[in-house]
Design a protein around this ligand. Structure first.
Ligand code: UDP
Length: 329
């Protein structure tokens, strides 16, 4: 089976490509390399270009018999999306429209979509289920919700089948230590705290210390990137079995505060981490924790690396191997 992975050179995409190859799928990647890293993908066919380029997509679908698509390519920074909504509408929503149109033109009707917990906004329930009201608090989350709705409309119009996977906080790195999380500039919590451990940053700024949470800092549900990938494989199989379109949350069901993450990095690395509470970040919901019961029951998903300690250990191994990202080992 040949799978097209959009954004396959990005953080989650590159781990997905590796898992697909390990499971003997043929993989074709399209990535603009604006944020992705060519060094993170091995043994697969890469088309460099923008998803909004319908002609490039025609070439990809003509040159390869694509059986299904896993769609990661998107901008994904909450703070940036609030400050600059236009590029999120263009790069996330418009790109997805062009991709879906190309799929229909080339008779490809299966797509696994990288959605986000950000579609929910700021729910008040302890464990967020898929039926929770969707009310995004930031542009990023709104674009993910619109993309889900687009797929639903394409299902009605053309028979497209989709699985939308709403991830909570992707974290960690492949156990090989050879690929991991590299953003430039970095904005995600765990790699930033690890940079403090490496001595590349002086301290970690904690965005807000007076949320109504156990220690005043935001709570998130961290899920290992390889566990996310195993859910995508199961979602592909689910679509191959001609099942209905569906939406699943992916998380561990356990929330950790920002301070708990920083403390865990200290424990794993054995290095003291300087921290400072600073202003809240725009659009940040106080608590996001998943119920992934549905993915477990329907997809048979079983996350393997669900301890925060393990997640941080794998991220730390990668950071130590590639302290300056992929370019300079
Ligand atoms: N965070 C923080 N300092 C940072 C980066 C992130 O306090 O330098 C917090 C952020 O407010 C959020 C959590 O860490 O509560 C996870 O943020 P991240 O950007 O990693 O993922 P997000 O939750 O935005 O998807």
């Amino acid at each position: 089976m040949t799978v097209l992975v959009t954004g396959g050179a990005g953080y989650i995409g590159s781990h997905m490509v590796l898992e697909l190859i390990r499971k003997d799928y043929d993989v074709v990647i399209i990535d603009s390399l604006e944020k992705g890293h060519e060094e993170s993908i091995k043994k697969s066919k890469l088309y460099v270009g923008n998803l909004r380029d319908g002609k490039l997509l025609d070439k990809v679908f003509t040159e390869n018999k694509i059986d299904g698509v896993i769609h990661f390519a998107a901008y994904s920074l909450v703070g940036e999306s609030v400050k600059n909504p236009s590029i999120y509408y263009e790069n996330n929503i418009e790109s997805t429209r062009v991709l879906l149109d190309a799929m229909i033109r080339h008779d490809c009707f299966k797509i696994v979509f990288s959605s986000s917990a950000a579609v929910y906004g700021s729910p008040t329930t302890d464990l967020i289920g898929e039926d929770e009201l969707t009310n995004p608090t930031n542009t990023y989350g709104e674009t993910k919700l619109v993309m889900e709705k687009m797929m639903k409309r394409y299902e009605i119009a053309y028979g497209l089948k989709y699985v939308a996977l709403r991830y909570f906080n992707a974290a960690g790195a492949d156990l090989s230590g050879e690929i991991g999380e590299v953003h430039n500039p970095e904005s995600h919590l765990i790699p930033l705290v690890l940079d403090v451990a490496l001595g590349k940053r002086e301290k970690i700024n904690i965005f807000g210390g007076d949320y109504e949470t156990k220690d005043g800092t935001c709570i998130r549900d961290y899920i290992h990137v390889t566990d996310l990938c195993s859910a995508h494989l199961l979602a592909l199989q689910y679509l191959n079995n001609h099942r209905e379109s569906n939406v699943f949350n992916l998380g561990n069901g356990v929330g950790y505060s920002v301070l708990e993450v920083v403390d865990m990095v200290e424990r794993v690395t054995n290095i003291p981490i300087e921290r400072e509470i600073v202003e809240k970040r725009d659009g940040d919901p106080p608590v996001l924790v998943a119920s992934s019961q549905k993915a477990k029951e329907i997809l048979g998903w079983c996350p393997k690396y669900n301890e925060l300690e393990k997640i941080i250990e794998t991220a730390w191994s990668f950071k130590k191997n590639y302290p300056n990202g992929y370019k300079e080992k």
